[in-house]
Design a binder for this molecule. Structure first.
Ligand SMILES: Nc1ncnc2c1ncn2[C@@H]1O[C@H](COP(=O)(O)OP(=O)(O)O)[C@@H](O)[C@H]1O
Ligand SMILES: [Mg+2]
Length: 362
């Protein structure tokens, strides 16, 4: 069953339309990530769901009942929507202790003193902050402040949590650790999480399902992380999920030839017809060797990146990036230098119509 259902949502500011006819459904109990570039309307969407903003048109249902529906004059206030929200900038109150920050939603809801105390302590412990209840935010690290924000959003036991890039301001190690914690909390408390971010790694790590939004606020694809990564519907989705090579291919006399040359693409032929094609693949989808079958190529750039060797190779004027694990490169004589010849083979390849590349995220 869907806990959130959005239909035909329109929202703009003056002449600037942020959302046009947006549809989105989130299932109860899932961790759903909305992934999109900065400025595409993610925060606006969360504020609409939370009730801080009103749509111009369309309808939002939560738990099967309408909460925003301008046509039907429905506008349920934020604190009656059963939602917890965490923002990118923590937004904990600097003059209040950890305890008081977390207790705030319960005070507003007029929960009695002993129950309030029990629930605050339980929730503070849940986010791994027990013993720090009397600290002020200024006496906490960024990660700890974000845990306080999480606890405050969880204390009223919402059935839906909205998380707006909550880890963006944390350093890389902490970000990694916290994303697993958020996932664990979601499972343990059996709540629904809607997480918005522009970071594809976080989205892949925590999502049951995810949606990719383009710069115009249009949802291009919804699916499991595997579907989005392995079966992208267009070049935008493909390139948003990491480094993508798009190599120009021409069709001539039944052959599909790379770049300016006469070497056919060593892969199944496209099933769709286009005037010009782009072969899409990730660096890890392209395998290189000293000799054997494959496209004849030249290494034009070789970079040591620690765990990986990163190569830029050229096949008849078409450039493509590939990567080899450094250990494997040493073991298999794949430590190439600029100017070296090599052969290139594909492990995976997707055909796109070159026309659709123009709108890809680059
Ligand atoms: N209150 C507002 N008034 C005018 N424009 C706004 C307002 N809030 C957001 N916008 C605009 O809406 C667009 C989407 O913003 P936002 O949802 O914050 O993007 P993001 O995906 O980065 O969270 C941006 O162009 C932003 O400038
Ligand atoms: Mg935002």
């Amino acid at each position: 069953m869907d806990i959130v259902s959005i239909e035909g949502l329109d929202k703009g500011y003056g002449a600037h339309r942020v959302h046009r006819g947006l549809d989105l459904a989130i299932r109860r109990g899932e961790c759903f990530t909305l992934l999109g570039p900065s400025g595409c309307g993610k925060t606006v969407l969360l504020r609409l769901i939370a009730g801080f903003e009103q749509p111009d048109a369309g309808r939002i249902d939560i738990g099967g009942a309408p909460v925003s529906d301008p046509a039907g004059n429905v506008n349920v206030p934020p604190d009656s929507r059963g939602i917890g929200m965490v923002f990118q900038d923590y937004a904990v109150w600097p003059h209040m202790t950890v305890f008081d920050n977390v207790a705030y939603p319960l005070k507003i809801a007029r929960v009695g003193a002993s129950e309030l105390r029990a629930r605050v302590l339980e929730t503070v412990a849940l986010v791994g902050m027990e013993g720090l209840e009397r600290r002020l935010p200024s006496e906490l690290s960024g990660g700890q402040q974000q845990r306080v924000a999480l606890a405050r959003a969880l204390v009223a036991r919402p059935s839906l949590m909205l998380l707006d890039e909550p880890l963006t301001n944390l350093d890389a190690n902490l970000r990694e650790e916290m994303r697993f914690e958020i996932k664990e909390l979601q499972r343990k408390l059996d709540i629904t999480v809607l997480y918005v971010t522009h970071d594809q790694e976080i989205a892949l790590a925590i999502s049951d399902r995810m949606a990719i939004m383009d710069g115009e606020g249009k949802i291009r694809q919804t699916g499991t992380p595997w579907e989005i990564f392995e079966q992208p519907v267009d070049p935008f989705v493909f390139s948003f999920m990491g480094i993508a090579n798009f190599v120009p291919v021409r069709s001539e006399g039944g052959e599909y030839l790379v770049g300016e040359g006469n070497q056919p693409v060593p892969w199944e032929k496209p099933v769709v017809t286009a005037a010009r094609y782009a072969a899409g693949f990730r660096p890890s989808d392209l395998e290189i060797a000293r000799s054997g079958d494959g496209l004849q190529a030249v290494v034009v750039r070789a970079n040591f990146l620690g765990a990986m060797m990163d190569y830029l190779i050229e096949v008849d004027g078409a450039r493509m990036r590939t990567s080899v694990e450094t250990h494997e490169a040493i073991a298999k004589d794949l430590m190439f230098r600029e100017g070296d010849r090599c052969v290139a083979r594909f492990r995976s390849l997707l055909w796109f119509d070159a026309e659709t590349l123009k709108e890809a995220a680059q």
